[in-house]
Design a protein around this ligand. Structure first.
Ligand code: ACM
Length: 281
């Protein structure tokens, strides 16, 4: 089917997905090599990886994590940037970030041209409060420029990516803020242990009419068992792609990010402009 030229910016597809795996505790080199091996043969525009992908999660104290936390940018982001730019893919990766005396539970977005963007987890979960400093940066929405997309291979399109980390999910304000900032695809790096998040993200996607990619980890560390079930949800809350609870895998699907620009639920209802903030606390 031929589309008039003026439609082309609104008719494009991107291939996105997640890497679900079980990072080895305190083994950044092993994890980076495994990440590269998992992704190297995958054809995709962008992939989301779990929270704390290179270090593992279940540290008992800040002192225990300190030797594994790195500045951003630093050696780990430089290696990931070389990998992402050589492959021509954008990556969202959760990392332990050292900044002076603080450690942040951070997520980075590396764009295809090697630009680095950073978000620091705002809502810390459980014992994370004993280890990490709470995020002190605004929620991030980043423009990704996609070129050569169907059906207009000569056009350049912009996709807005929002960053979210694990327990942020339980605060509806977090996804709402990203949606109000224009995010079309929310990249949610996670190390989930509670069973509620994956179904809740279907609701978050519906109430904001956005895509949400949750990249969760699998496996066990110390007394924690992680729940896997990574997924891609569309703005209608439909699960387009899902991993099971245990598998290590990369899964990718083609989506049209422009679907997240339509905030109408009915002819007369819009999830953004119908809000009545004067009645909200
Ligand atoms: C979590 O925020 N890692 C549960």
């Amino acid at each position: 089917m031929a589309f008039p030229v003026f439609w082309y910016p609104f008719l494009y597809k991107v291939k996105v997905g997640f890497l679900q795996f079980a990072p080895e505790f305190k083994a950044p080199e092993v994890n980076l090599t495994r990440i590269e091996e998992f992704i190297s043969s995958i054809a995709a525009d962008g992939l989301v990886l779990p929270e704390l992908s290179t270090t593992g999660y279940a540290f008992n104290s800040k002192e225990e994590l300190l030797p594994f936390a790195e500045p951003i940018p630093g050696p780990t982001t430089e290696r990931l940037t070389r990998f992402a730019t050589a492959k021509g893919i954008w990556l969202v990766v959760g990392l332990a970030e050292r900044d002076g005396d603080d450690i942040y539970n951070s997520s980075i977005l590396i764009s295809k041209d090697g630009k680095l963007h950073k978000y620091r987890k705002i809502h810390l979960f459980d014992r994370e409060k004993l280890i990490f400093s709470p995020g002190n940066l605004p929620f991030q929405v980043i423009d990704i420029v996609e070129a050569g997309l169907n059906p207009a291979p000569t056009r350049v399109c912009t996709v807005k990516i929002g960053l979210l980390i694990c327990f942020d999910w339980i605060f509806p304000e977090a996804v709402r803020t990203l949606a109000l900032k224009g995010a079309q695809i929310i990249c949610h790096s996670a190390n989930l242990v509670l069973p509620y998040c994956q179904p809740a993200m279907q609701t978050r996607a519906i109430e904001n009419r956005v895509f949400i990619i949750t990249a969760n980890r699998t496996g066990e560390e110390r007394s924690l068992k992680f729940t896997g079930n990574s997924q891609v949800v569309n703005p209608k809350g439909e699960v387009l792609l899902k991993a099971d609870a245990e598998e290590e895998c990369v899964k990718v699907i083609e989506i049209d990010p422009a679907q997240a620009l339509d905030k109408n639920v009915t002819e007369y209802n819009n999830v953004i402009t119908d809000r009545r903030p004067e009645f909200y606390l």
